[in-house]
Design a protein around this ligand. Structure first.
Ligand code: ZOZ
Length: 692
């Protein structure tokens, strides 16, 4: 007998409690225990009401996601829920914390639902590439109506208690201890003040036009995704008798379960959580309430905005009063934007502004707990600033740099406290992008690393632990695969074809459109910096440099690879001329590339450098690279991340590809030893994550 579920008899009430920490996932043990307890309660003549509730922090968070991909072990949830709907004794569900997915489906199979406290409910299956497979698509519309059910199921959003009550998903919202509420509600069922009814018996009509519109909408919103359409198809069956509708739902659920998108999306779910598993997780983070930020440019202002939105006090530093005022204004307009987007209440904005101080005097940082330096990317500038911070800041202050590629060990060595120095690499716009690379230098103390992770959690960001190298995890890999795009242009593809092909693969934006957005001067400066170290054997395309030298810096100058004077931006006609000239200088006869070839070369280049990042120990595991690209670079979530995608191809196929490409460019295309070993041994990146 499993102890994930218990039956307790109190008077004439049968209390069934879910107790499967941490989130009461509906694992096999929970399902088995639930079925057993339900049958015992149903057979007990002394029980006239059965009340379900959850122990710990939630009712039930849904199916145990780790079981997906394996053969489901009976009893499956739909069978138990249908049985629950049939038994003569009324069953009520008392929900606290969350009731998500299969958790809400259990509640929908009960004859009344009572929410407790700050409860949230939802059917988030679509975010995992599946659909509610335990009656959710059939019972939610019976309670909430078709339009509301379509909206909640195709977005997967979490719904707060008061809204759930209004929608009819809950019958009552109350306060108290879930067990006590369960006993009280059972009494109300007995005396008739809490009405009960069988949801599966409620009649509902389906408007075919509404269904057609919903299908068109989900396809327009997420053309790559498979499961939203299947959700609508399942909901469309809800006017049939419940069992018939559930059979249709089950078949569609199985379709989704077998799809690669399901595997990718679930991998992404775990990637977001796996990154927190760092060697320093047991260290105690230092207290951070007051943050000093050096630099009021786009990055510094974005970081300041993120800190203010998280309730921290911020002191902004700039070299002169004019720059300081510009930075302050950027922060205030970022906060206004957050209010407009509904991310912040107007009162909270005023309160955040009151927590912002600005100064041109670095000595004002004497009392801050954490400094984030976001000044000019120049080693001399950073060393000078960190030498000053060392003299100014209180003992124990964390000294962080937001550098994108500079050597943090050298920056740390400029201070007498290298243990307090760390990289906190934000992504622009820093108050919106979810990724934070926490770059651990040679001598960074464990509690300083833990502080970086605690800060990320406070800012609601996904932190990834990275080691020191040029570009850390993300930008190092980007620098490499970006060259593959330039080589494709040199050899015959156009920037628009490459962007379109990669957006077709699912990237949020192709590389040239992304360049135009961030500004072509940034890459130009980086290439100039790296030029002295460029190996002789490396092919070099001058196209990007010539575009920048023509004064075309992307959106900020109105022209880049594209002409931003109109929308959607057409190709800049001047770029084709530059490309032709450079091809002629290289003696290249342009050839055509298919979109698939473009994607293969670009993605293979990415996987190659990512493998080296693992070999060098810059990323802890492949899954950390997946999270980096999912949360910082617009990699399609449903593909799970570059390393998960690499596993779908297999190491052998990748090695063969690289060897083929190497026939033309043996310097750029080299097989990383780790990938060759994986191909020889038949292993995967998932094995390196410890998931194998
Ligand atoms: O964890 C948050 C959350 O949102 N979890 C996912 C909820 C969800 O998506 N539920 C729907 C699942 S799909 C489903 O339910 C379909 C279904 O029944 C179909 C059945 C049909 C069968 C037909 C057969 C033919 C949550 C809001 C719950 C909690 O957030 P927190 O921030 O408090 O905590 P986390 O996220 O750090 O989580 C704590 C640990 O729990 C793990 N976990 C969470 N949800 C899980 C889960 N593990 C397995 N299954 C779940 N549903 C999570 O990974 C984390 O683990 P550690 O190891 O990182 O600590």
């Amino acid at each position: 007998m499993s102890d994930a579920v218990t039956l307790e008899k109190v008077g004439r009430t049968g209390l069934i409690a879910f107790d499967n920490p941490p989130v009461n996932a509906a694992s096999h043990a929970l399902r088995q225990g639930f079925q057993d307890c339900l049958e015992r309660a149903a057979a007990d003549d002394g029980i006239d009401v059965i009340a379900l509730y959850g122990k710990g922090r939630s009712f039930v968070a849904g199916a145990d996601i780790r079981e997906f991909g394996k053969t489901p072990e009976a009893p499956i949830l739909p069978t138990i829920i249908n049985r629950m709907e049939e038994i003569a004794t009324p069953v009520i569900a008392v929900i606290h914390g969350v009731a998500l997915g299969g958790g809400l489906e259990i509640a929908l199979g009960a004859q009344a639902r009572v929410g407790v406290g700050r409860v949230r409910v939802g059917l988030p299956e679509v975010t995992l590439g599946i659909l509610p497979g335990a009656g959710g698509t059939q019972r939610a519309p019976r309670l909430a109506g078709l339009p509301a059910a379509i909206e909640m199921i195709t977005t997967g959003r979490h719904i707060q208690g008061p809204e759930a009550l209004e929608m009819g998903l809950l019958d009552r919202l109350t306060e108290g201890d879930p067990r006590e509420v369960a006993l009280a509600m059972a009494e109300e069922v007995r005396n008739g003040t809490l009405p009960v009814r069988t949801v599966g018996e409620i009649a509902v009509t389906v408007d075919p036009e509404l269904i057609a519109r919903a299908k068109a909408e989900v396809q327009a919103k997420a053309p790559h995704l498979y499961s939203p359409l299947k959700c609508v198809e399942a909901i469309a069956a809800c006017d049939k008798p419940i069992r018939e509708g559930m059979d249709i739902e089950r078949a569609l659920f199985r379709n989704c379960l077998g799809s690669p998108q399901r595997a990718g999306l679930i991998h992404a779910f775990f990637a977001e959580r796996a990154v927190a598993k760092i060697p320093e997780r047991d260290a105690t983070p230092r207290k951070v309430e007051r943050v000093g930020i050096i630099g009021g440019g786009t990055m510094g202002s974005g970081i300041a905005t993120a800190c203010l939105m998280a309730g921290l006090s911020v002191r902004l530093n700039e070299r002169d009063a004019a720059a300081l005022e510009r930075g302050r204004q950027t922060i205030l307009s970022n906060l206004d934007g957050a209010v407009k987007r509904g991310k912040m209440k107007p009162e909270a904005r005023a309160e955040a502004e009151a927590r912002l101080a600005a100064s041109t005097v670095l000595a004002d940082f004497a009392d801050v707990d954490l400094v984030i330096e976001a000044a000019f990317e120049d080693m001399g500038v950073k060393i000078d600033l960190f030498t000053q911070l060392d003299a100014i800041c209180k003992a124990g202050a964390v000294l962080a740099t937001n550098t994108s590629y500079l050597d943090i060990d050298r920056i740390a060595a400029a201070t007498g406290r290298p243990q307090d120095v760390i990289g906190l690499h934000f992504f622009s716009p820093a108050h919106i992008m979810k990724l934070l690379e926490v770059v651990v230098a040679d001598r960074t103390a464990p509690e300083v690393v833990a502080t970086g992770f605690a800060l990320a959690a406070k800012l609601k960001k996904v932190a990834v632990r990275a080691g020191v190298c040029d570009g850390f995890i993300g930008n190092r890999i980007l620098t490499h695969y970006r060259k593959a795009a330039d080589y494709l242009v040199l050899d015959g593809a156009s920037p628009e074809q490459i962007d379109d092909a990669l957006e077709g693969f699912g990237w949020a934006m192709g590389p040239f459109r992304a360049n135009d957005l961030s500004g072509l001067d940034i890459g130009y400066a980086t290439r100039k910096r790296r030029a002295p170290d460029r190996p002789k054997a490396e092919r070099y395309s001058e196209v990007p440099d010539r575009i920048a030298e023509a004064g075309w810096l992307g959106r900020k100058s109105g022209m880049g690879y594209y002409d931003h004077g109109t929308k959607p931006a057409p190709a800049n006609p001047g770029v084709a001329g530059i490309i032709d000239t450079v091809r002629a200088e290289h003696g290249v006869t342009p050839r055509t590339f298919t979109d698939a070839e473009i994607v293969d070369r670009y993605m293979t280049a990415m996987i190659v450098e990512a493998t080296r990042v693992i070999e060098d120990g810059i990323a802890q595991r492949p899954i950390d690279i997946d999270a980096t690209f999912l949360f910082g670079y617009g990699f399609p979530r449903w593909r799970g991340g570059p390393m998960h995608y690499a596993d779908t191809l297999g190491a052998r196929r990748l090695v063969e590809r690289i060897e083929t490409y190497a026939q033309d460019d043996p310097h750029y295309w080299q097989v990383p030893p780790l990938l060759r070993r994986m191909a020889d041994e038949g292993t995967t990146f998932a094995d390196l994550n410890g998931e194998g």
